[in-house]
Design a protein around this ligand. Structure first.
Ligand SMILES: NC(=O)c1ccc[n+]([C@@H]2O[C@H](COP(=O)([O-])OP(=O)(O)OC[C@H]3O[C@@H](n4cnc5c(N)ncnc54)[C@H](OP(=O)(O)O)[C@@H]3O)[C@@H](O)[C@H]2O)c1
Length: 331
């Protein structure tokens, strides 16, 4: 972790983080929407989560991404507990915009008002056990642009009050990301990107506007680990077992989509170069894709934490390997 290439700066904020962050959706455990649709990744063992977070810290990971809504508040609580006295050793990112009931672990709606942003931030600080959030992110990916401009200004106010250090929008729409980027303390955009789902327009925008590119689902929700199969149902409370319309790569009660599995298989040899595991190769692709990328793979165990953190030392794929991957995928 000593060399500069293992560190990324969050856009124009000057805040340095490890080139790999840890995504904290899965560790929220089970939660659902009002119709009973699972929104989590099934059951989790909180004690294993705590051990995994602390192992990641020991291995040099200094960036953690969660959201108030993951596990209806549970992810923030367990992350705050795991960090404990080491909170100031890390850069903490969380999100707001969804409304949920902590007691019933249910998503109940969304709220894009500036007033709600303040209530949500106050609640996140309490759950995380901290007096400030380093990167505060709007979780409503398709929020109205006029509203977003108000929320951006509200975030500037939070910066002035010392409640947050920087902010970002979690969205796959470059036009939306650009509206947030007009704010002085907007540091990043969080967007979907992995070796199977390239995001050239967003990478270009980040380069143009000096934003960090925080990559969600860098392992394609686990598909790129190579362990997901077709015809093998996932756990009942796992969102991947009953994928909503927006989710790609999984089939209702039937495991992974065969086309996705075939593409992962086709990439295996390149991704596993230099002793990498497929997951490490997928992270290496993102680092090679742009100097601004910060993948944030999810995790549920110490073993996964060690393997993902271990990708840092192996570094990015080569430019030649990127070309070869595009050829294999027909891009
Ligand atoms: N709208 C948003 O803002 C948004 C949306 C999605 C994600 N995110 C963020 O991005 C983060 C990552 O995305 P993601 O959670 O969608 O998926 P991901 O990082 O693509 O995949 C993570 C999953 O892959 C499996 N895995 C991870 N490391 C592994 C390893 N070394 N070996 C084997 N399996 C491994 C684990 O699931 P299993 O063990 O259960 O297979 C893990 O939960 C989230 O945690 C969240 O912080 C944000």
């Amino acid at each position: 972790m000593e060399t500069k290439s293992n560190i990324r700066t969050l856009g124009r904020s000057g805040i340095d983080v490890s080139a790999l962050g840890f995504g904290c959706w899965a560790i929220g455990g089970e939660w659902q929407d009002a119709s009973g649709q699972p929104l989590g990744w099934g059951r989790v063992d909180d004690e294993e989560t705590v051990r995994a977070v602390r192992r990641a810290l020991d291995l040099g990971v200094t960036f953690f991404d969660t959201a108030d809504t993951y596990g209806a508040g549970h992810s923030e609580r367990v992350l705050g507990r795991a960090l404990g006295k080491r909170r100031d050793d890390v850069v903490l990112a969380t999100k707001w915009g969804n409304v949920f009931d902590e007691d019933t672990r249910t998503l109940t709606g969304s709220d894009d008002s500036p007033e709600y942003a303040r209530r949500a931030l106050t609640a996140s600080l309490e759950r995380l056990g901290t007096d400030h959030v380093d990167l505060y992110q709007l979780h409503l990916s398709d929020a109205d642009l006029g509203r977003a401009a108000q929320l951006r200004d509200q975030c500037e106010e939070f910066v002035r009050e010392g409640l947050i250090r920087a902010y970002a929008w979690s969205t796959d729409d470059p036009a939306r990301a650009a509206v947030f980027a007009e704010g002085e303390h907007c540091a990043a955009v969080q967007h979907s990107a992995n070796v199977l789902q390239d995001a050239p327009e967003m990478f270009a925008l980040c380069e143009e506007l000096g934003l960090a590119s925080i990559n969600r689902s860098p392992l394609a929700m686990g598909l790129l680990t190579g362990k997901q199969a077709t015809g093998r149902a996932l756990e009942a409370g796992d969102i991947r077992n009953t994928p909503p319309a927006w989710m790609q790569g999984f089939k209702q009660g039937d495991g992974a989509d065969e086309d996705w599995v075939a593409r992962v298989d086709a990439l295996r040899e390149i991704l596993t170069s230099d002793g990498r595991t497929p997951a490490q190769g997928a992270l290496a692709w993102l680092w090679a894709r742009s100097p601004r990328t910060i993948p944030i793979p999810g995790f549920r165990s110490v073993t996964q934490a060690e393997q993902n953190a271990g990708a840092i030392a192996k570094g990015p794929l080569t430019a030649g390997q990127l070309v070869e991957i595009d050829r294999v995928l027909g891009r």
